[in-house]
Design a protein around this ligand. Sequence first.
Ligand code: APR
Ligand code: ZN
Length: 235
Amino acid sequence: MRAIHNIVILTGAGLSAESGIATFRGPGGLWEGHRVEDVCTPEALAHDPELVHRFYDARRAKLDEVVPNPAHQALARLDAEWKGGLLIVTQNVDDLHERAGANRMLHMHGELKSALCAACGDSGEWEGSLPPESECPDCGSPALRPDIVFFGEMPYHMEVIERALADADLFVSIGTSGAVYPAAGFVQTARHHGAETLELNLDPSAGSSWFGETRLGPAGTLVPLWVEEMLAGQA
Ligand code: APR
Ligand code: ZN
């Protein structure tokens, strides 16, 4: 076993579940009777922009009602106190990691509080509802859309993430079902490069057998305990 210096943490919807944000594939995972795979696509945006914008407006509005939970807070503490390399890669489009104070983090699937111009490609902060055909503040095109990576689109920051995975001594996956690639494959990449692997989740994920260790339970309990362990073991 090698000493742990570089940590990569992947987080998913399960991390924010205890803050009151519904997961995608669990109970209550349907939205107005739609599967997430049917709403979060470029095709849905082209054919029914009202529906897609309404879905994200509802989720953006929800952010004002929720706060970070002990799992977000523990990860922010680890980020602040861990002396080695650390990268939190979140699939979540909420802003709870940053509101808890995490800095070394990336949103690979975009952010609710950001709008992307389909015409010029610029993106920027967005508050409140985002009706279809909203004008881009940069180029004036009526082409703003939620800055969210849809199914079939390329996730953000992949080069940085791949590099961090290659350098990781420990890869930890928290609160994700392992149903969506490429994130679901990060455990294999990290293992391939020799990292230890740990899963913290309520239920075993689709890729559970790839992990060296799995701890089952709610993130709000498991993550603070794991962070304590890591910081206690830090020289
Ligand atoms: N603590 C820990 N894990 C939990 C908790 C909790 N309190 N509650 C639920 N979970 C687990 C579930 O057991 C499940 O394995 O979190 C996981 C949530 O899975 P999904 O709903 O599939 O969410 P996620 O894996 O983040 O989805 C990936 O799919 O829809 C797309 O782009 C969207 O980023 C999202 C991606
Ligand atoms: Zn524009």
